[in-house]
Design a protein around this ligand. Structure first.
Ligand SMILES: NC(=O)c1ccc[n+]([C@@H]2O[C@H](COP(=O)([O-])OP(=O)(O)OC[C@H]3O[C@@H](n4cnc5c(N)ncnc54)[C@H](O)[C@@H]3O)[C@@H](O)[C@H]2O)c1
Length: 493
């Protein structure tokens, strides 16, 4: 059995057979009609991709926002995971939604009439469902990254123009209180206009290593961490600065998650996967899928449907994504960014410094340890993990008390879900709701970096997707207006 995901588009007959074998009869029995009749006039959501991330949305729809939302259909290429999602609906006391395979996505929309499709499939398939969803008359909410190639991005932009449907990319990091606070300070003009930014993101050997076990470890599925992970970070910078990326330079390599490193750590060799590994007792990267009820139910128990192993060896030679990346970006307003991403660090989180004409803003977040698919908090912030400091050009530094929140992504998930699911969400002065253009701007830096890894040449964003519109950003301080003369002889830090 292949250790990779089965290709999209499992034919209906096979899918129906496997659903029946899995005891999932609802999709086949005319139940959608009865199901539709039972629906109150709440906004209707269908979810495509029922892996780990989709759970946040299913829980939100069926529990926290049940007065305003309803889950009407589920789609995935793995019948076993669909059944797990149906069981979750039953556990939530919600109507159990009908399930569909990839080939029946349009049928799902026809039968269940969702207002919105939420896309939480693997990255390489986002474009397919975004375009099909919009063409079938739905608005779309997609997980990041919007997509992962320039061609797919162009296709989405064209479909969005053609259909007039709305598309939102769920950039939850924008909503986490300490990161919103950074935006607030930048908007206030206290450090003037930002001429350059130094940004360094660290992934540790728990969460960071996990990208090398899963589908993310193959460019054909993820296009690497420049798209899968850094699109979050590039979006933050684009939004923080209120600017559009123009030109990108980058270098990237894989030097940690390699067969040679397995030997340097004292193993005899790399292996296929943890579950059957002959050296599991010796490997500090061993992941025990069978020991975690969540991981077992979601992945191990569903392997026989698609042959996908969630615990592939992090040292296997087939991995073709980078673990060490450095990127420089020039923005349309002249501002520059120096960014790095390393996936084998001692701690997880980031440091960022904005160098402004009136001062410097330094901001660090240490994240708590997280493993996807378990009950650890995604993007959670470690205790006392936020440090923000403002240093005027001349004068004493000021420590800033961080804004706080609770839950996934430093409290960002909750704020974002309120905006998505509550009717009449209040106006947002930070304009955090992300459009198709912001989604495109974030991924195109990653696409350009990947290209630069190969060619060594700078890449212009406009050469990847010509005529990309600028997202609407909140107003930022003037880059040409008068500035107060720094005080002579004032204390310097
Ligand atoms: N915003 C965030 O912080 C955040 C966090 C985690 C994941 N994500 C995003 O969520 C998405 C899903 O990630 P995940 O961790 O849940 O992965 P996962 O592997 O747990 O789930 C992916 C699901 O997609 C299904 N799938 C694959 N190909 C398909 C196809 N062609 N048609 C239908 N279904 C298909 C798989 O069977 C699986 O159930 C990714 O795009 C990821 O970038 C975002």
């Amino acid at each position: 059995m292949s250790s990779e995901l089965a290709p999209a588009g499992v034919d209906r007959r096979t899918f129906v057979k496997t659903l029946s074998a899995a005891g999932v009869g609802l999709a086949l029995s005319g139940a959608p009609t009865a199901f539709a009749e039972a629906i109150a006039p709440r906004r209707r959501f269908a979810i495509v991709g029922v892996g780990s991330r989709h759970r946040m949305y299913q829980m939100a729809i069926e529990k926290d926002y049940v007065a305003h939302a309803m889950l009407v259909g589920l789609c995935d290429s793995n019948p076993g995971r669909l059944e797990v999602a149906q069981r979750l609906s039953a556990k939530n006391g919600a109507p159990v939604p009908p399930v569909y395979g990839p080939a029946d996505f349009e049928r799902m929309i026809k039968e269940t009439k969702p207002d919105f499709v939420i896309v939480t499939t693997m990255d390489s398939t986002h474009d397919d469902y975004i375009v099909r969803g919009m063409e079938a008359g739905c608005d779309v909410i997609t997980e990041k990254p919007l997509t992962n190639t320039a061609e797919k991005c162009q296709r989405i932009l064209e479909a969005s123009r053609r259909t007039g449907r709305h598309l939102r990319v769920t950039f939850n990091y924008r909503y986490s209180p300490p990161r919103t606070q950074v935006k607030d300070i930048l908007m206030s003009g206290e450090i003037g206009d930002v001429l350059s930014t130094d940004f360094h993101w660290m992934l540790n050997t728990a969460h960071g290593a996990d990208y090398f076990r899963r589908w993310h470890s193959h460019k054909k599925f993820s296009q690497g961490l420049m798209l899968h992970k850094a699109s979050h970070h590039f979006d933050l910078v684009n939004w923080w600065l209120g600017a559009m990326p123009e030109t990108v330079w980058a270098v990237g390599k894989k030097e940690f998650y390699t067969p040679a490193m397995a030997k340097r750590f004292g193993l005899k060799s790399h292996h296929e996967r943890c579950h059957t590994c002959p050296e599991k007792g010796e490997c500090g990267f061993f992941m025990d899928l069978a020991a975690s009820p969540d991981l077992k139910e979601l992945y191990l128990d569903q392997e026989h449907y698609d042959g996908y192993f969630r615990d592939q060896c992090v040292f296997r030679p087939e991995i073709d994504i980078e673990d060490t990346m450095n990127v420089m970006v020039r923005y349309d307003n002249g501002s520059t960014l120096s960014y790095s991403l390393n996936a084998f660090n001692a701690w997880e989180g980031y440091t960022i410094a904005f160098n402004g004409t009136k001062g410097r803003l330094e901001h660090t977040i240490v994240e708590s340890t997280y493993v996807n698919g378990t009950d650890t908090v995604q993007g959670g912030i470690a205790e006392n993990g936020v440090t923000t400091r403002l240093i005027p050009l001349r004068g004493a530094p000021r420590k800033i008390e961080p804004w706080t929140g609770v839950g996934g992504h430093g409290g960002g998930d909750k704020v974002m879900l309120d905006e998505i699911f509550l009717p009449d969400a209040p106006a947002d002065k930070y304009l955090r709701a992300s459009s198709v253009h912001a989604g495109a701007a974030s991924i195109l830096i990653g696409v350009a970096a990947n290209k630069c890894f190969e060619t060594g040449q700078p890449v212009k964003i406009a050469d990847l997707v010509p005529g990309l519109g600028k997202p609407t950003y909140a107003p930022m301080p003037s880059r040409t207006g008068p500035l107060p003369m720094p005080e002579a002889n004032a204390r310097r830090v």
